[in-house]
Ligand binder design. Structure first.
Ligand code: BF8
Ligand code: SF4
Length: 632
């Protein structure tokens, strides 16, 4: 077997530089260049003290001008901006969940969309009080989907999924007035509160940010995750590969990018048919290679082992290989640069959603009811484009790593059941994991999530933090672009166990897992929320007492702020490597990094230095362990 070695960030960067050279030859622009043009950033924007929510402004806070024209101070402006940022993220994740619910309504036996995990559907139906006895599974699916869509605008009550949280968590949310109501309402309330002349006190605004975030994590995102599992299958362990070397020179390369699996599932399904493979061969290729970027990639890798070409800041790289016949996108995190960039190559850039219209793209409106026709049209377009490739522009970096993926909660339990074997009491629970944590074999866990961002060296914080944490016997659960950073580096190879402390290494060997577990896309952080609540139950403690923290070292999107709010709202401290435009108000920072703990039992930490950030997480985990030991 080939010797196992991680891919270093220096190696990533050297290959990226070669791709940028190709880019220069064809007159392409790049984010690396645009960052230079955009920096240094505006300080007012960076500190969150610029307000333009009414046309008396824009107002900017300085020591000489401590209030806007309406009299709002820095704390009010920063907190309003923070809430609007959150609302943007909640809306985005949740609308993705809504689209998935609408797709679930289209399911039919033998159709493009089917119920692949009826067991999971029946669990949800039972939780929601939907009659299942003697009914056709598709009738149940359609009723559950309709109830799901109604969660967005329900006239009273809280999100149905919050019943999955621990009773203590639910009680905290109700007591603090932050239990999430209708998802759309939480977003609208956020916009209403932040309109000119409404709230300008930080604490109420931050409470609404928590509530809005919770309607995402325990509402819209959970809808996206659960309904996708019902339709496309709950992920189970499988092997795949990651990094640009997964693209193939002799094949038609189709890259799927975005978030909503309704489209990418269809591309995968129909590209594998003999007709489409034959079509690719007629065009002179040896077949069709699908790979992915961003969360759409996470969705299809978790369920089908489709290889991951890269993450957010690598999206331009796939085009720069000169070997991408077609990049098809659905929604979110898609650079508007892709259109003009594709024009420098033979690449077709196909947009498919009215939510995401981009310049220099070909628009093929993707509708679940016409899924098959749409998918075949896109696949054929890619095949026909193979002949237009310019050989002199092709350079695919031969860099890839093996990765094990597919660790849904169900799969983690399934793997743990494999170790408990005959111990019936422990089957179907996290008890073996709990024992490892209690005994100190595992010190704790970090949920590492989120994007990459030019404000940090791309992927560096993710990968280096992971290496430090696993060496300290801390297991990692990952999602989003963080998961792809790990996979590209090789940390999802089971042989990465050799980089772990002795305790974690033993666990990896016993359970047969890598030390960093791919749990899916960003909406799948809802899986992590379930995991911590179920772990807390199995450990007999509250979520905020667990030696578990969240970390987004290179985050960039509004969605990440929404996530941060529901993660701390669920009682899990969150460590950030980038400030959420709140540095302009000590009062706001004081709440987010201090007194919010009195409300939800967890708070934000921020640190930009790698070593310090790693140590802060380790210290916090050890502090929680010490407290847990003293209460037991
Ligand atoms: O939702 S981690 S760059 S791809 S926002 Fe986007 Fe960030 Fe990647 Fe997925 Ni999440
Ligand atoms: Fe300025 Fe107040 Fe208007 Fe904001 S709301 S732009 S601070 S006047």
């Amino acid at each position: 077997m080939e010797e196992f070695k991680l891919t270093t960030i220096e190696e990533f960067e050297a290959e990226t530089n070669k791709l940028l050279e190709t880019g220069k030859k064809v007159g392409a622009d790049s984010w690396q260049q645009r960052v230079v043009n955009q920096t240094p950033h505006c300080k007012f924007g960076e500190n969150g003290v610029c307000c333009r929510i009414c046309s008396m402004g824009p107002c900017r806070i300085t020591p000489k001008a401590p209030r806007g024209i309406c009299g709002c101070d820095a704390a009010g402006i920063v907190a309003r901006n923070f809430l609007r940022f959150t609302a943007g993220g909640t809306a985005t994740h949740s609308d993705h969940g809504r689209e998935i619910a609408y797709t679930l309504m289209e399911t039919e036996a033998g159709g493009s969309y089917e119920v692949k995990d009826p067991e999971k559907l029946l669990v949800i139906a039972k939780e929601w009080g939907v009659e299942t006895e003697g009914r056709d599974i598709y009738d149940v699916a359609h009723e559950v989907a309709e109830l799901g869509v109604m969660e967005y605008g329900k006239i009273k009550g809280f999100q149905r999924w919050i019943k999955r949280a621990t009773p203590e968590r639910q009680a905290t949310w109700e007591k603090e007035g932050i239990a999430p109501r209708a998802i759309d309402r939480e977003v609208v309330t956020a916009m209403h509160m932040t309109h000119m002349g409404n709230s300008s006190m930080p604490e109420p605004l931050i409470r609404q940010a928590l509530r809005c975030g919770l309607s995402d994590g325990w509402g819209g995102s959970m809808m996206g995750t659960e309904f996708s599992d019902v339709m496309f299958g709950t992920p189970h362990e499988m092997k795949t590969e990651a990094n640009l070397g997964v693209m193939k020179e002799d094949m038609v390369n189709i890259v799927v990018h975005g978030h909503d699996p309704s489209l990418s599932e269809m591309i995968v399904k129909y590209a594998e048919t003999p007709e489409m493979v034959a079509y690719a061969k007629e065009q002179g290729a040896n077949g069709i290679q699908i790979s992915g970027v961003c969360c759409t990639s996470n969705e299809v890798t978790m369920r089908h082992g489709i290889p991951m070409a890269g993450n957010f800041l690598a999206q331009e790289n796939v085009v720069l290989t000169g070997a991408c016949e077609l990049i098809v996108v659905d929604v979110q995190c898609i650079f508007p640069a892709l259109g003009p960039l594709s024009k420098c190559f033979h690449t077709k850039f196909v947009t498919t959603s009215n939510i995401c219209r981009q310049p220099d793209s070909e628009f093929i409106h993707f509708e679940p009811a016409k899924a098959k026709d749409n998918a075949i049209k896109i696949i054929k377009m890619a095949c026909e484009n193979f002949k237009n490739r310019k050989k002199e522009n092709v350079y695919i970096p031969q860099m890839k790593q093996e990765a094990w993926v597919g660790y849904s909660c169900e799969e983690i339990i399934h793997k743990l059941d494999g170790v408990t074997n005959s111990n019936v009491d422990e089957m179907g629970t996290y008890k073996p994991l709990v024992e490892c944590v209690n005994s100190g074999v595992l010190r704790g866990a970090v949920a590492m999530v989120g994007c990459n961002n030019p404000k940090q060296r791309a992927d560096f914080m993710h990968v280096e933090l992971m290496k430090k944490l696993i060496a300290n016997d801390i297991i990692l659960v990952l999602s989003g672009c963080s998961a792809q950073a790990a996979a590209k580096a090789g940390l999802m190879d089971k042989r990465a166990k050799d980089l772990c402390g002795q305790g974690l290494k033993r666990v990896c060997e016993l359970v047969d897992i890598p030390p960093v577990l791919h749990m899916g896309s960003c909406v799948d952080i809802s899986r992590m929320m379930r995991l911590v609540c179920d772990l807390a139950r199995d450990m007999g403690c509250e979520t905020y007492e667990l030696p578990v923290v969240g970390c987004a070292p290179e985050w960039m999107s509004e969605k990440a702020v929404s996530i941060g709010n529901y993660v701390i709202g669920t009682g899990i401290d969150t460590f950030l490597g980038i400030n959420p435009y709140t540095a302009g108000s000590e009062e706001v920072e004081g709440i987010l990094k201090g007194s919010v703990e009195n409300i939800v039992g967890a708070k934000y930490f921020e640190e930009h230095d790698l070593d310090k950030l790693a140590q802060m997480m380790i210290d916090r985990i050890e502090e929680k362990r010490a407290k847990l030991a003293s209460c037991n």
